[in-house]
Write a protein that binds this ligand. Structure first.
Ligand SMILES: Cc1cc2nc3c(=O)[nH]c(=O)nc-3n(C[C@H](O)[C@H](O)[C@H](O)COP(=O)(O)OP(=O)(O)OC[C@H]3O[C@@H](n4cnc5c(N)ncnc54)[C@H](O)[C@@H]3O)c2cc1C
Length: 404
């Protein structure tokens, strides 16, 4: 006979931990199934030296501090995973690890989950399987002598073959990996597209503080197709602004967007200068909005006029490489930091758009009893981040608890 539970949460990352906490606190009978370990992706799908993008005072659940970290420190990925394990223990959450849900389907008014350990029937299901599920690699480079991996498979510079490295994508992952490789003495090519690059700190406050004050974390999703914002930001080395001029000065050759590959040559779009200038515009606009906020609120924060002065564009931007012969450049490895796509193939319910994302309103899907938490822009820009998933989970638990 199938096991029955009122509400099944699928996935035991931060979103699943948050969802089950709020459901349990409201007295909703809940079970979490996690195919691996709690917060597995922080353990095994991130590089060794990754630290949080936000400081410890911010990138956490409101109910629990990182008690062994300075609030302004950027916790390591292992520390973050431990944080969720400790939190789940303290809340005594019913998380069953090592159980994968292989199929989810409707069953009358409820749901039937086929798992690696039998069948579970549930009245409600909360899907918390992650915002970043399947690696996305846009270009095919057919050269067996070049080691290729997605950023979720990159671990450290030593694990790559000797030689130059091409990093494609300059969001938080690509720009940080490129910098790490350059600091390790590698020749690095970094291909970048349109991006935002907020200041790490301005007028004494971290950018996560500014995004909160300026209402950007709560921003609703813009038009479909423009949900994804590539943000070049880093907490590494104590946290500093991702300034591509600095990376160029460290010896990194910046490139425009990677195009097609043919017979050993990668074409590169002539958009590098535009991308850098738009990123600069974004950087300066945050400073200006912050200044306006300081004035409007009459805050006493130290002036930082020098932050508005950007240096000259580096030579690799003004004289860009438009085609890269990988062999001639000595490239032995390519890291595709090109993002992720959804992977809901195991949900056998007619609910998904052509791009693979579920149809929902703020996490409440079109199918009664089926909810999503932790997805990018679920209800707002903060939704895929630690505290944002917490807020969405709290609201969704209220919706589930109030169901007749
Ligand atoms: C490189 C990187 C750095 C990031 N840094 C930060 C940061 O500093 N601060 C921040 O707030 N956010 C950060 N994020 C964003 C976000 O916090 C993380 O992606 C986080 O892992 C998302 O948590 P989640 O619980 O929603 O999903 P995940 O961590 O992906 O957890 C989903 C869980 O579901 C399990 N699962 C999946 N499918 C099934 C199934 N069918 N059955 C059972 N279990 C299943 C997985 O094993 C996994 O444990 C970062 C993201 C990346 C990629």
């Amino acid at each position: 006979m199938a096991e029955k539970i009122h509400t099944l949460v699928i996935g035991g990352g931060q979103a699943g931990v948050a969802a089950s906490t709020h459901l349990k606190r409201r007295g909703v009978p809940v079970l979490v199934l996690e195919r691996a370990r709690i917060a597995e992706r922080w353990r095994s799908e991130r590089w060794d030296n990754l630290v949080a993008n936000g400081p410890a005072w911010h990138d956490r659940f409101p109910d629990a501090k990182f008690d062994d970290c300075d609030p302004d420190e950027f916790p390591t990925k292992e520390r973050i995973a431990d944080y969720f394990v400790d939190f789940a223990k303290a809340e005594d959450l019913p998380i069953r690890t090592g159980v994968e849900v292989t199929k989810l389907e409707r069953d009358g008014a409820g749901f039937r989950a086929t798992t690696s350990q039998g069948v579970i029937e549930a009245e409600n299901v909360v899907v918390a399987t992650g915002p970043f599920q399947k690696p996305l690699i846009p270009t095919v480079v057919t050269d067996p002598s070049i080691t290729q991996m997605h950023s979720n498979g990159y671990r450290n510079p030593e694990a790559l073959p000797a030689g130059a490295v091409l990093v494609v994508g300059a969001g938080a992952s690509g720009s940080q990996i490129a910098e790490e490789l350059a600091r390790a003495g590698r020749k690095v090519y970094l291909s970048l597209g349109p991006h935002d690059r907020p200041p790490r700190r301005y007028r004494g406050q971290d950018f996560v503080w500014w995004l909160g004050k300026l209402g950007k974390w709560d921003a609703k999703a813009p038009d479909p197709g423009t949900e994804h914002i590539t943000i070049a930001v880093s907490g590494a080395y104590g946290g500093h602004t991702m300034d591509f001029r600095r990376l160029a000065a460290q010896g990194i050759t910046l490139l425009g967007r990677a195009g097609t590959y043919d017979k050993g040559v990668l074409s590169v779009a002539p958009d590098l200068k535009t991308n850098i200038e738009n990123g600069d515009r974004n950087f300066l606009s945050v400073l200006e909005e912050a200044d306006a906020y300081v004035t409007a609120q009459g805050l006493d924060l130290p002036e930082e006029r020098e932050a508005h002065v950007l240096g000259p564009l580096p030579d690799c931007v003004t004289n860009p490489v438009l085609s890269l012969n990988l062999k001639e450049a000595g490239i032995s490895a390519i890291i595709w930091a090109t993002g992720f796509k959804p992977d809901f193939g195991w949900i056998d319910i007619d609910l998904f758009r052509a791009d693979g994302r579920p149809r929902h309103t703020d996490g409440v899907s079109e199918v009664p009893g089926l909810y999503f938490v932790g997805l990018p822009w679920l209800s707002c820009r903060g939704s895929a981040f630690i505290w944002g998933a917490w807020k969405d989970a709290e609201r969704l638990a209220g919706v589930i608890a109030a169901k007749p």
